[in-house]
Design a protein around this ligand. Structure first.
Ligand code: 6CS
Length: 342
């Protein structure tokens, strides 16, 4: 056989082999659906797009992302994930609390550290976060892939608040978990659980007089336009969680399981960088956009008055979750002591 015809044969074989390999890959290639609770460019969106990019760069799979409202409210996207319609979901414990009562632990006020480095270290190293929570989610058909912080909680109100008495007769919107209601009860307010989609309108029409959220969200959702008094109470961090439908995850090959976890780990690293300085940037944008906005940073003495009400919320948490919640809380305290001592 001449060199040319050998080459032609080889080229023919290679083209055939390549086509066959591609066909096999595209048979294995999947399009995964992933929904989260936020808007374009928000923290959960940055996480989701990094996850997508990692998956698509390292496999033939593709990821389709759905943002807030495209498939409904937070509870809707969780239901769709449990039903296997979505493969991945980002739902915050603020909403998961009704499904997994222990997830409400993040709403015990003044439990979490206040400075960002300690918070991040806690998420990286905590046994409660990295070992106990995955078991609790698994019991509900969910593979927990990552828990991560989005920002410090800030309260917005119709007038500045410096003491619990200032909350009297004020309806404060909370995410729909009973423990967060207990927190605002303890703070002296009238807690009003609402899904996210109703918050702006309820503030605008004075059906509620305040709410809590991280600053980036107060800016991106325009909440300061209808609730202009920002109060830094230092009582907690907004935490969220990204997970997969467990049956779907269990059905993946070992390589794909590793890929999915590596993508979630990569997105966590990106988010840590993304949230650094985000609150300050968002506050500057808010102050530029509105001269109605006031900023109240509670001093230690003022914080002590709110903090004094935390033990009753801790008791409520144990009442709601029993032994399992008590064990989780003990582990939380242990993990926090460890990171705070470093
Ligand atoms: O307050 C809420 O309901 C929303 N807050 C944030 C920061 N993310 C999503 C959530 O739905």
């Amino acid at each position: 056989m001449s060199t040319i015809s050998k080459f032609k044969k080889l080229a023919g074989f290679s083209a055939f082999a390549f086509a066959a390999m591609s066909a096999a890959n595209s048979v294995n290639a999947a399009n995964w659906r992933y929904a989260h609770e936020e808007y374009e460019g928000d923290v959960q969106d940055v996480f989701a797009y990094d996850f997508k990019e990692y998956i698509e760069e390292n496999s033939d799979h593709t990821v389709q992302i759905y943002r807030f409202g495209e498939l409904g409210e937070s509870d809707d996207i969780m239901e769709q994930t449990q039903a296997g319609i979505l493969q991945f979901v980002n739902q915050s414990p603020g909403f998961t609390g009704s499904l997994i009562p222990e997830a409400q632990i993040f709403f015990i006020p003044y439990l979490m550290p206040t400075d960002m480095d300690t918070v991040i270290q806690f998420f990286r190293e905590s046994e409660a976060i990295n070992e106990d929570f995955p078991e609790l989610y698994a019991a509900n058909g969910l593979k927990l892939l990552k828990m991560y912080p989005e920002g410090e909680m800030v309260v917005t109100v119709d007038e500045p608040v410096t003491k619990p008495e200032d909350f009297n007769n004020k309806k404060i919107r909370v995410m729909t978990n009973p423990l967060l209601s207990a927190t605002y009860d303890a703070f002296g307010a009238t807690p009003t659980p609402l899904p996210w989609g109703e918050v702006y309108g309820a503030l605008q029409t004075n059906m509620i007089q305040g709410q809590e959220n991280p600053i980036f969200w107060i800016e991106s959702g325009g909440l300061y336009e209808v609730s202009p008094n920002l109060v830094f109470t230092k009582h907690g961090w907004f935490t969220t969680a990204m997970m997969a439908n467990m049956d779907f995850y269990e059905g993946l090959s070992d390589a794909d399981k590793q890929l999915v976890q590596a993508a979630a780990d990569d997105a966590f690293e990106k988010i840590i960088v993304h949230i650094d300085g985000l609150a300050e940037e968002a506050l500057a944008k808010i102050q530029k956009a509105s001269d109605e906005v006031t900023v109240t940073r509670l001093n230690d003495e003022q914080i002590a008055k709110f903090k004094a009400r935390a033990p009753q919320v801790e008791e409520k948490f144990i009442e709601m979750t029993g032994e399992s919640g008590k064990d989780l809380l003990d582990q939380f305290h242990k993990d926090l002591e460890e990171v705070e001592s470093k």
